[in-house]
Design a protein around this ligand. Structure first.
Ligand code: ZN
Length: 159
């Protein structure tokens, strides 16, 4: 069975034909529901390219994961700063995962780089998981930490 996303084009994936159909369905469903909130746009960063750099055994190599950023021009105008917009985006993503009933079959990773910019990872899996990573170490590997909302908030760039 193949799934043709409504909100993603083929060019947003390394090879969409290899992508797990349920992964595509989930991310498309989430993007669809998020879009209703305030015109959110998902921009893929990494999908299933076997040459992309991920941790060993990553679900990316199994065609089940997508990394992306979320932006909204409308939200930018409605909020005072980047942090406020990012926190609203994060809250909207969390509630959308619950609303669309995808949260129970998804891994969600929230990444904040050393400059305070946020990106997301979602994958299809049988047991749900949630984690975050703050910056990278000297070997250019993400620093994974237990999910902590306050800590996450501290690392997001305010601007
Ligand atoms: Zn990822």
């Amino acid at each position: 069975m193949i799934y043709i996303p409504k909100h993603f084009s083929n060019s947003e994936f390394w090879n969409i034909k290899l992508m797990n159909p349920l992964t595509l369905y989930f991310i498309d469903t989430v993007r669809d529901a998020m879009g209703e909130i305030t015109d959110f746009r998902f921009n893929t960063l990494s999908t299933n390219n076997p040459e992309d750099n991920h941790v060993k055994g990553s679900s990316h190599y199994d065609n089940r994961a997508v990394d992306y950023t979320i932006s909204s021009k409308k939200l930018k105008k409605l909020t005072q700063n980047k942090k406020e917009a990012d926190m609203f985006t994060l809250e909207s993503l969390f509630s959308t995962l619950i609303k669309t009933r995808t949260s129970k079959m998804m891994g969600l990773g929230v990444y904040v780089n050393s400059k305070g910019y946020i990106s997301y990872h979602t994958d299809y899996r049988s047991e749900p998981a949630k984690w975050m990573a703050l910056g990278k170490n000297k070997n250019n590997e993400w620093n994974y930490v237990d999910f902590n909302y306050e800590k996450l908030k501290d690392h997001i760039l305010t601007l």
